[in-house]
Design a protein around this ligand. Structure first.
Ligand code: OSB
Ligand code: MG
Length: 368
């Protein structure tokens, strides 16, 4: 396979409701889509990067720049191109995991479409549908939060994740437990706490949460290990896990007993599968994280979430949790599950007219 051209397309997708986290509030997603044009087929990669480097060091304009300047020329120079080769060719370039993931996904999609094979079949999906949770943002008040959680439970979501930060933690968790009983519940702090908050975070223990996600800084693996000795709630890492190797180290150090796998954060689906494998070998369960993806990104995440060690419901919510109109046919919740696509590649296609409607810019880069 040969990469002949790449389209960098920016779209703006209004969210159905603002999504607030400890690192800021989003009312719309400004998303970069990478469309790989190869000699055998075309493929799509949705870039997860946010507009500001506040969840991770990457940001959407930076991703477009590193792709244009370094990654596209390097990958276009490869003669025997496939998704595996993308990782190999890009390995001399440090960091920029989300940029690497978007490009590798687009090439993998093209490769699989040409072969008539689905992401699920390629990755090793063991089931045809995956259980779904929902990530609930920080709200202005407890009544508002209870309304939102109640609405999601009515729709059938099997697990609730609450975003927390200092000042919005024990009370919202208590309120959700009191109102909704023993619903599967977990929290995500997006690095908002310090090791010195250990005794405060231990106040969450009586609520029997499934896990607390990324309470401390991305690079504070030892801090998480120390916290894990004080807090009874299992620690799950998101931001800290950037590769299978970092996952193995975090597990060995006792920093986490559960891992959130986000392909974008680790450089793509091939490394995400290796994270899955290394966690499975250590008896550490994983679940699939999300970055408020459109149907394109969701299709691939749902395929990944069908691997056998994804034993906890993921942040793989239905299209209508994010967008009034998705760019692909919508993913719909059925009995708390999403179906794993079975068509070639991602198994979904953006609707051309809808895509045009949300597009803010298109750049075609010829690589021949
Ligand atoms: O930390 O998991 C996170 C969204 C954007 C950036 C980081 C995170 C999230 C979510 C939402 O929690 C997950 C989703 O529903 O896509
Ligand atoms: Mg998280």
């Amino acid at each position: 396979m040969k990469l002949e051209a790449v389209e960098l397309r920016r779209i703006r997708m209004p969210l159905v409701a603002p999504f607030r986290t400890s690192f800021g509030s989003q009312t719309a997603r400004d998303i970069l889509l990478v469309r790989a044009r190869t000699d055998v087929a075309e493929g799509w990669g949705e870039c997860a990067a946010l507009p500001d480097p506040r969840y991770s060091a990457e940001y959407v304009d930076g991703v477009a720049d590193v792709l244009r300047r370094f990654f596209l020329p390097a990958v276009a120079a490869a003669t025997d191109l496939d998704a595996n080769a993308v990782g190999r060719v890009l390995s001399p370039f440090l960091g920029h995991f989300m940029a690497k993931a978007a490009l590798e996904t687009a090439v993998l999609d093209a490769e699989l479409r040409a072969d008539g094979r689905s992401f699920g079949s390629f990755l090793g999906a063991a089931v045809d549908r995956v259980p779904c949770g929902v990530s609930v943002g920080i709200m202005d008040s407890i009544p508002e939060l209870l309304d939102a959680v109640g609405g999601y439970l009515d729709q059938g979501y099997l697990r609730i994740k609450l975003k927390i930060e200092p000042g919005w933690d024990v009370e919202p968790v208590r309120a959700v437990r009191e109102r909704f009983g023993d619903v599967a519940l977990q929290v995500d702090a997006n690095t908002a706490y310090a090791v010195s908050d250990a005794r405060h975070l231990a106040r969450l223990d009586p609520f029997e949460l499934l896990l607390i996600e990324q309470p401390l800084d991305e690079d504070d693996v030892l801090g998480h290990a120390e916290l894990a000795r004080t807090v009874r709630t299992p620690i799950c890492l998101d931001e800290s896990i950037t590769s299978a190797r970092s996952a193995a180290a975090a597990i060995r150090l006792g920093a986490c007993s559960i891992v959130n796998v986000k392909p974008a954060r680790v450089g793509g689906y091939l490394e995400a599968r290796r994270v899955h494998d290394v966690c499975a070998a250590h008896g550490v369960p994983v679940w699939c994280g999300g970055m408020l993806e459109t149907g394109l990104g969701r299709a691939a995440n749902v395929a990944l979430a069908a691997l056998p060690n994804f034993t906890l419901p993921g942040d793989t919510s239905a299209s209508d949790r994010y967008y009034a109109t998705d760019i692909t046919p919508p993913f719909r919740l059925d009995d708390g599950h999403l179906r794993v696509p079975t068509g070639p590649g991602l198994g979904v296609e953006p609707d051309a007219a809808l895509l045009e409607e949300v597009t803010t810019s298109v750049e075609e880069i010829d690589l021949r």
